[in-house]
Ligand binder design. Structure first.
Ligand code: 0PR
Length: 386
């Protein structure tokens, strides 16, 4: 008999009820979006329609472009709908990814394949951008920021003049501060120095273009690609990110040869990917429509503004004036604050770049929840002063 040393793998399988009981115990130990106060994360409770659509299609591999060619059609329509939100009126293409990180890595990869080997990155950009640059061996040019936590266009211009053409990453809804880089001014700099722009709208894509009339994305000629995540404010379950690119020609390097596949090709950085993410994204875009997401964005920004007023009344200072529903409250000792809040069942994140805590006003973060967050913060801050 084969001598196998058993560790955690049971020699004989456990009955289903015992497995489920064990999993239930694990789940009970985790914070829950509705039972606790999760007000620092960019995840929210997915819409029941999105979960149903995911369940209907999760079995199908979206990367079998022949057997499941209908899925690619759904994907292209979902991409076109998100492209419309990002003001691409025609010609855009792209794909549903596993999230914002994969979309950003793919965007920087496309730039590299089109001979842009340098990337201009501000410290407010999401970490996945530096991760992408590292994986792809791109030269990183660090760009300064203003006191308002947005890209300093004068500094960007200076760097572009010194270093030359490259891909500039602008963020529509910074992870730590909820600010938006001055994308229109960045476009002017890009034009002058032969650069292109990738807009990381992973969080802000379902908010900013629906609320603000200023040029923000594909209506600017140097914007070549954008990230927009359905699994953040799209109410779609994880995993669902979105990569939108201006043209089929720019997307081409993401079409890979795969000889063993019926279509002899695959798209994207991954292999097998679930059709569930595509169906869930398509379903929510069709269900919410432009006006549905606009209404959600307005409501979340209303809540954010009320929260800012309340926080200021209690003497808390936001690090920046947010334009998407993310607030960074400057606080020393943020690690202690986060831990103390968690012991009260209130889960926030740190802002990252500055000491402070971050609140993200997601759809499940109601006015009542926000009131409880502020109460808990006041309590913990009292402890800090003594
Ligand atoms: N770009 C921006 C602007 C982001 O904020 C994020 C994620 C990404 C890209 C990467 O997206 P994926 O995480 O989908 O790959 N920012 C979130 C954050 O830092 C990630 C997150 C989400 C972290 C939920 C924790 C959490 O509970 O908040």
């Amino acid at each position: 008999m084969l001598a196998i040393r058993m560790g955690v793998l049971p020699r004989h399988g456990m009955p289903i009820h015992a497995v489920l009981r064990a999993l239930t115990r694990v789940k009970e130990g985790l914070p829950h979006h509705l039972l606790h106060i999760i007000a620092g994360s960019m995840t929210t409770v997915p819409h029941p329609l999105a979960l149903e659509a995911f369940r209907m299609f999760h079995l199908y591999n979206a990367n079998d472009l022949e057997m499941f060619s209908e899925l690619r059609r759904l994907e292209e329509e979902a991409v076109a709908m998100m492209g419309e939100i990002l003001r691409c009126d025609r010609g855009c293409t792209g794909m549903i990814t596993s999230g914002g990180s994969e979309a950003n890595i793919a965007a920087l990869y496309l730039a590299r394949e089109h001979s842009l080997k340098r990337v201009y990155v501000a410290p407010t950009a999401h970490d996945s951008v530096l991760k992408a640059a590292k994986i792809l061996s791109l030269e990183v040019v660090k760009v300064g920021i203003t006191k308002g936590y947005t890209i300093d266009v004068n500094d960007l211009e200076k760097r572009c003049r010194e270093r030359g053409p490259g891909l500039i990453v602008a963020t529509m809804g910074t992870t730590g501060f909820g600010t938006i880089d001055p994308i229109k001014d960045i476009d002017e700099v890009a034009r002058r120095y032969g650069c292109l722009i990738h807009v990381d709208a992973a969080f802000g894509g379902f908010v900013a273009p629906l609320l603000y009339s200023e040029p923000l994305c594909f209506e600017l000629p140097t914007v070549i690609s954008a990230t927009i995540d359905p699994h953040k404010l799209g109410q779609v379950p994880i995993p669902a990110g979105g990569l939108i690119v201006r043209s089929r020609e720019w997307f081409e390097p993401l079409v890979f040869e795969a000889k063993y596949m019926p279509a002899s090709k695959q798209i994207g950085l991954l292999g097998t990917r679930t059709g569930g993410s595509i169906a869930a994204t398509w379903a929510m875009l069709k269900h919410m429509g432009y006006e549905g997401y606009k209404k959600q964005a307005e409501e979340l920004m209303d809540r954010t503004r009320s929260l800012l007023t309340l926080l200021r009344q209690y003497g808390f200072t936001p690090a920046a004036e947010p334009r998407v529903p993310i607030i960074c409250i400057e606080l020393k000792n943020d690690e202690y604050v986060i831990k103390s809040l968690a012991s009260k069942g209130v889960y926030l994140y740190r802002c990252g770049l500055v000491p402070g805590v971050r609140i993200v006003v997601m759809p499940h973060v109601s006015v009542d929840v926000l009131r409880k967050v502020v109460e808990a913060l006041v309590d913990v801050a009292k402890g800090l002063r003594v």
